[in-house]
Write a protein that binds this ligand. Structure first.
Ligand code: ZN
Length: 341
């Protein structure tokens, strides 16, 4: 059997069968001290694809950190075929500040890829991360959560028009895939454009560790590893039903038309029917409650968590389901609610 190759980055090399935990310098603080990100590189003895797993490109999005940590430290990877590049906290300055953006002019690191050696601070950081740890990979998964104050059901975002990206997105085995090419500078978009198929996994809420979502994401990683042959023991997941949301599907962010406090009547992931009451906006000084109804039958992919709103603030992300998928979801959700009675 052919041996796996060494993984090299600027300043180091990880031999087949070797694991390295490194802190890689990507910038300097005002004191001139290094800004370093944790990277665990696990190089299997057997050949296979090189895969990156990254989280906390937005510093307050914590769920993915635990996903990447468990894969790197708790999984038995002694039979690994290929190489894992695990970056649990990509945006260390924002993680330390517990905010979404880099605390340097509030730059969005996830709009700064693939970066540049001579541009802004954010792009220089992105460049060092990208060149050393993303560009050498054959595929990768970038974990995110909803923006602070909102939550979403676990779903994949991927450019399904790219067959290599679509293979990865399907292999993750989530119920919902949102088909979008993403924005300029986004890690998954820029990686895919340069030959490293990548997807974003969105899960839950910023500032939280949500165990059921973390476990769901770990199952997704295991399924991807099975699809690409990284571990012999795993199998590819079929989630029971799947919907790919594209521009043809009706989807909307419902927005508040009144200021107040939102009483949300459904959790993320719930199916609501046209005309169902989704939430009520109350106001502590008036008795004219505003009821918000579903404009069409669909799935609540994301909902508000912090209940205070101005008019115009988003309340929930509702997406239409095709009839056959909707029937499966209806059966599943009514079975679940009977079990909880
Ligand atoms: Zn994010």
């Amino acid at each position: 059997m052919v041996d796996n190759e060494a993984f090299t980055y600027n300043g180091g090399k990880v031999e087949p069968g070797e694991t390295q935990n490194i802190r890689y310098g990507i910038s300097e603080t005002y004191l001139g001290d290094p800004v370093r990100i944790p990277v665990t590189i696990i190089n299997g003895e057997r050949p296979g694809p090189t895969v990156f797993l990254s989280a906390a490109a937005h510093g307050d999005e914590l769920n993915g950190i635990e996903v990447v940590r468990e894969v790197a430290y708790e999984w038995d990877l002694s039979d690994l075929a290929g190489t894992l590049v695990c970056m649990p906290v990509v945006n260390v300055p924002a993680f330390i500040a517990q905010q979404r953006y880099l605390p340097i002019y509030d730059r969005d690191l996830n709009r700064s890829f693939p970066g540049s050696e001579t541009s802004t601070g954010a792009k220089r950081m992105a460049y060092r991360i990208y060149q050393n740890f993303i560009a050498p990979c054959d595929l990768g998964i970038d974990f995110h959560t909803s923006t602070r104050g909102r939550t979403n059901m676990l779903h994949v975002r991927a450019d399904m028009s790219d067959p290599d990206v679509a293979r990865l997105a399907n292999a993750f085995g989530s119920h919902v895939i949102i088909d979008s090419s993403g924005s300029d500078g986004m890690l998954r978009t820029e990686a895919a454009a340069r030959g490293t198929p990548a997807i974003t996994v969105e899960m839950g809420e910023a500032h939280r560790f949500q165990r059921e979502l973390i476990d769901e994401a770990l199952a997704g990683v295991e399924s991807v590893f099975a699809e690409y042959g990284l571990r012999e023991t795993s199998t590819v997941n079929w989630p029971g039903w799947r919907t790919v949301i594209s521009d043809e599907n009706e989807k909307t962010w419902l927005r508040a038309d009144a200021g107040g406090i939102v009483d949300m009547h459904h959790d993320r992931g719930a199916l609501v029917h046209e005309g169902d009451r989704i939430c009520t906006i109350t106001n502590p000084f008036k008795d004219d409650n505003v009821t918000v109804e579903a404009p069409f039958t669909g799935l609540l992919v994301g909902v508000l968590e912090n209940p205070v709103v101005y008019p115009g603030n988003p309340l929930c992300h509702l997406v239409e389901l095709k009839d056959d998928v909707r029937r499966v979801v209806e059966r599943e959700q009514s079975a679940a609610s009977e079990m909880s009675l």
